[in-house]
Design a protein around this ligand. Structure first.
Ligand SMILES: *Cc1c(COP(=O)(O)O)cnc(C)c1O
Length: 393
């Protein structure tokens, strides 16, 4: 079976008129699903579903409930909610754990009397996306150290879980520091004290099974980005989990007034995310990984020895089980040559974006390439590496 994610005919060989008119550069994205680089590309079926959704008026509350139920059934969860991104999902999920399903309490926020306001997080998990949670009137209670000298002990978590505790925030990503407790331990300890666990799993797809595996481990609310590998609308996200807490998200979220009103989700995004989940569930993780391995092997074969060292790097930055190629420059001006290659690729025709690795390397990530797009990418990389190697002489 061919990898359906990535063979959607999304490769663009000429600048689309809409971007041309504005003088905005388009590029081959060999870096990954970064919001600042446009995130991901929707499959044509998703774009079509959104266009269809755009043609009619609907009751948005009703659509959110029905789309959520359909997504929940598809992803083997009790309930689901479409948000305007994973970061918005972090705010709604946290607020939901603070207020529960009482509308009076939902509308009470941002006033906190009577609400639980503590959110527990491992120091190892602190990251820039937790700004989302910190915009709420909460107190962040940090536990453990972000290293392995003294890994967080179960009693450290148990100790801070009191009756002021609204939730534990757990971050699932490969770039977090070490020292955190495993998720299943966190769930067991938190649940003994009646405290729900929210998992930020924004970039934890693939593997597809994470859509149900993390809730299966007992996490109460799990948040995914709709605009990363799911390849839904760029400004969408998904919360799956416990039905009462998802109901609380609904109460807090748009179109209802309250602190969730700014995180509006359109009918187009709800339908688009549902379509994206359907497409995603049809794709074959293994076939796609085999394709990505082939791309990385070809990259290494063509680049290694051209004055650079090229090798396979696995898993990728977010911890997704897909390989990248790591190309390293050598010698004392390695950092400068790396920077020149990045600029050269950016200025090229077609333009290419890659990831940077430490001070002297670049990562080439196949996950945002379309099948066949590697044929456009390879010559760009070879030319850039040769040009910069030539600079040296
Ligand atoms: C990308 C990411 C987010 C934010 O996701 P958006 O859908 O862009 O809002 C949050 N948390 C983590 C760990 C992420 O990787």
């Amino acid at each position: 079976m061919m990898p359906s994610v990535g063979e959607s005919g999304c490769t663009v060989r000429a600048t689309p008129q809409v971007y041309h008119d504005l003088g905005v550069r388009v590029f081959i994205n060999a870096a990954g699903t970064y919001t600042r680089l446009g995130g991901s590309r929707m499959a044509p079926a998703v774009v079509d579903a959104m266009a269809e959704a755009a043609r009619c008026f609907v009751d948005v509350d009703d659509l959110q409930a029905r789309a959520g139920d359909r997504i929940a059934a598809l992803t083997r969860n009790d309930a689901a909610y479409v948000t305007s991104g994973a970061a918005a999902g972090l705010i709604l999920a946290t607020a939901a754990c603070m207020v529960g399903t009482d509308p009076a309490r939902a509308w009470q926020l941002p006033e906190t009397p009577g609400l639980r306001t503590q959110i527990v997080v491992h120091r190892a998990h602190r990251n820039p996306y937790d700004y989302a949670v910190r915009t709420l009137p909460i107190h962040l209670i940090e536990i453990g150290f972000p290293n392995d000298i003294a890994p967080t002990q179960p009693w450290e978590l148990d100790h801070v879980l009191g009756d002021q505790c609204a939730a534990v925030l757990y971050v699932a990503a490969a770039w977090t520091a070490s020292g955190a407790l495993p998720l299943d331990d966190v769930v067991a300890i938190a649940h003994r004290k009646g405290v729900p666990v929210i998992v930020d799993a924004a970039a934890q797809l693939p593997p597809t099974e994470n859509l149900w595996r993390l809730t299966g481990l007992g996490a109460d609310l799990v948040i995914f980005s709709g605009g990363k590998d799911l390849r839904g609308p760029q400004a969408s996200g998904l919360i799956v989990g416990r039905r009462d807490l998802i109901e609380a998200c609904r109460l807090i979220g748009a179109p209802h007034h309250g602190i969730g009103r700014p995180f509006k989700v359109g009918k187009e995004e709800m339908i688009g995310l549902l379509a994206a989940v359907q497409v995603y569930l049809e794709h074959d993780d293994e076939a796609r990984a085999r394709w990505a391995e082939g791309v990385v092997a070809a990259l290494i074969d063509r680049l290694d020895g051209r004055g650079v060292r090229a090798r396979r790097s696995f898993p990728n930055e977010a911890g997704q089980p897909l390989p990248r190629a790591l190309v390293q420059f050598m010698g004392e001006d390695a950092g400068a040559r790396r920077d020149r290659v990045v600029s050269y690729l950016r200025a090229g025709q077609p333009s290419v974006e890659v990831g940077v690795a430490d001070v002297d390397g670049i990562y080439i990530n196949p996950m945002t390439l379309d099948v066949g797009e590697e044929e456009l990418l390879l010559p760009c990389l070879c030319t850039a590496v040769d040009a910069v190697a030539g600079d040296r002489r």
